[in-house]
Design a protein around this ligand. Structure first.
Ligand code: CP
Length: 344
């Protein structure tokens, strides 16, 4: 029988199908108990450290509220106000936090080539689980909630369904690549037909594209990349359009060290986005999908740019169910991976 006790949760690709099912079953169980008003004190007196290198609404609150509901405490840490900002190494940080609590959850998502490596370095230095609250490669707590939401709508067997994962225009900021990368790698494991659409500048990391191709071949699904939002939407069952930053510019962030260089990189990203203002999810495009199609977005959405109000607030939208599922999946991941001391 699968067990994830003591395991890290950094990419869904690190888990077997059986382990993902374990997390989904736990999610369903915890969600039902939550709605019945029953306590689920599975991690009494345990501490999860939440370390953020980027902003958050859903993820932070899912983990904080979730840990309280599991009987433990979530301790919020902003990387800027810790000694990380003075250069403390990931190994030293992991050893300290790991000696004081039971899990370390991290968001480090804005620079390609950094966040995932940081989490792997933490994981190598501590026995407590490292949980990825979004990195440059994957957003595995989001995509697990997305999978849960799809199953609640379509049933357990998602094979044969078409999902359109599309880039969409946003003027607010250059968003990480990890949501589309996480979606194409996870959904191709379930026999789904995954159509990824983006303008030429918005490629994803090669290894995630290669994983999506391999997963689709193994599951009996399919994976394609197109440069046309309409083509991805055609006859789709699930519509998931969102913005992300241009690949070369997100990679160049590794070399931006001063605030002026970071600001300049951000402005350049938004200038490139401005070339594609017509990449919006609107009523015309929703009509290209099946009548039964659902609209999903991890949120926050740039209303009027990524999506019209009529779509995101319309009858096909499941975004608030999807957001609530962040709570239940966060609880499931912590409950399944964290454990009491002494460690076996
Ligand atoms: N979807 C998501 O991760 O939301 P936050 O950035 O608000 O955590």
């Amino acid at each position: 029988m699968a067990s994830l006790k003591g395991r890290d949760y950094i990419e869904t690709q690190d888990l077997s199908g059986e382990e993902i099912e374990l997390l989904l079953n736990k999610t369903t169980e915890l969600k039902a108990a939550y709605h019945r008003g029953e306590p689920t004190l599975e991690l009494p007196n345990q501490t999860a450290f939440l370390l953020f290198f980027d902003k958050s609404t859903r993820t932070r609150n899912a983990f904080e509220a979730g840990m309280t509901q599991l009987g433990g405490h979530a301790h919020f840490l902003d990387a800027d106000v810790t000694q990380i900002s003075h250069g403390e190494t990931p190994a030293d940080t992991a050893k300290i936090l790991g000696s004081m609590g039971h899990g370390v959850c991290v968001r480090h998502d804005l620079v390609l080539g950094e966040g995932n490596r940081y989490m792997r370095d933490l994981a190598a230095a501590t026995d407590v689980p490292i949980i990825n609250m979004q990195c440059d490669v994957d957003h595995p707590t989001q995509t697990l909630a997305d999978l849960q939401t799809m199953r609640e709508r379509f049933g357990e067997n998602l094979a044969g369904l078409k999902i359109a994962v599309s880039w969409a225009y946003a003027p607010s900021y250059a968003k990480p690549l990890s949501v589309p990368q996480g979606l194409i790698t996870l959904m191709t494991r379930f026999g789904m037909h995954v159509s990824l659409a983006h303008p030429p500048e918005y490629s994803l990391i090669d290894r995630t594209v290669e994983a999506a191709r391999a997963n689709a071949a193994e599951s009996g699904g399919s994976f394609e990349i197109v440069d046309d939002m309409d083509a991805a939407f055609a006859d789709a069952d699930i519509i998931y359009p969102k913005s992300w930053g241009a690949y070369d510019l997100m990679l160049a962030r590794q070399d931006a060290t001063t605030q002026a260089e970071i600001d300049e990189n951000q402005r350049t990203c938004l200038d490139v986005n401005d070339k594609y203002k017509d990449w919006i999810c609107d009523d015309r495009r929703m009509k290209l999908a099946k009548d039964s199609a659902i609209y999903m977005h991890c949120l926050p959405a740039d209303r009027g740019a990524e999506v019209t109000d009529s779509v995101i607030d319309g009858p096909q939208s499941v975004v608030f169910q999807e957001a609530e599922n962040r709570l239940h999946t966060a609880k499931a991941i912590m409950a399944c991976t964290m454990r009491e001391r002494p460690f076996a």
